[in-house]
Write a protein that binds this ligand. Structure first.
Ligand SMILES: [Zn+2]
Length: 230
């Protein structure tokens, strides 16, 4: 692993990564990971690098595009951490290091789940590159979700990636970092679906979801949620 900026993050990764590996049954391949501690306003620069590495022009051409660009830039400063699959970089905000140690471990743990998703499911993560490319060519000047099929694929991908990361992070809190005193609730309905699968088929059942197509995932998370509400 390559550490830049503060060294403290290295020890924390070595402590948290084995716990995530146990919970996900995946190897996080920590040796290939570059971890950096950055200022909140540096996240956007890394996102731009990802866009540009894919040959995407990030300059907005319309007024609507400029507003979208500035909005996303502002949102990025609120990030606590970020994992970039294209270059195996894990970014942690300097602000995160001011929080209590359990919260730091939990934030880092969440990003390590994304690392595990990435290196253990290469064909699934190819979807991320395809989605990112659509996002980059459309987002700044058009309505990203005008295309219904794109909307479903984007939702199916995010539902699995983020709700599984939240599901594992919650297990990390309950089992190891109880002083973090929080629970991930974004996508609660999706997290409940994953908890049911875990109860029935164990972690292997969740890991099998990464072999489904994005539209199958969309149906799993959205049709089940409709059923639950009835
Ligand atoms: Zn996440």
């Amino acid at each position: 692993m390559v550490y830049t900026a503060l060294n403290t993050i290295g020890g924390l990764i070595e402590e948290v990564a084995p716990k995530i590996e146990k919970l996900t049954m995946w190897d996080c391949h920590v040796d290939g990971l570059t971890a950096k501690i950055i200022s909140p306003d540096e996240f956007w620069g890394y996102e731009i690098i990802v866009f540009e590495s894919m040959g995407i022009n990030t300059a907005p051409k319309t007024e609507k595009g400029k507003i979208a660009f500035e909005r996303l830039k502002t949102i990025s400063t609120l990030s606590a951490g970020m994992y970039l699959p294209t270059n195996s970089i894990l970014l942690i905000s300097k602000n995160t290091l001011m929080k209590n140690p359990d919260v730091q471990a939990v934030i880092l743990g969440h990003e390590i789940v994304h690392r595990c998703q990435d290196v253990n499911n290469p064909s699934f993560v190819k979807n991320w590159v395809a989605l990112f490319k659509s996002f980059g060519t459309n987002a700044f000047d058009d309505n990203l979700f005008e295309n219904e099929n794109f909307r479903k694929c984007h939702s199916g991908y995010n539902d699995l990636v983020e709700s599984d990361a939240a599901h594992v992070t919650n297990q990390l809190i309950w089992n190891f970092y109880t002083l973090a005193d929080c629970r991930y609730t974004i996508g609660d309905n999706q997290i409940n679906i994953l908890e049911d699968i875990q109860k029935k088929d164990g972690r292997a059942g969740i890991n099998r979801l990464y072999g489904l197509s994005l539209t199958e995932l969309y149906d799993l998370f959205n049709l089940s949620s409709i059923k639950d509400k009835q």
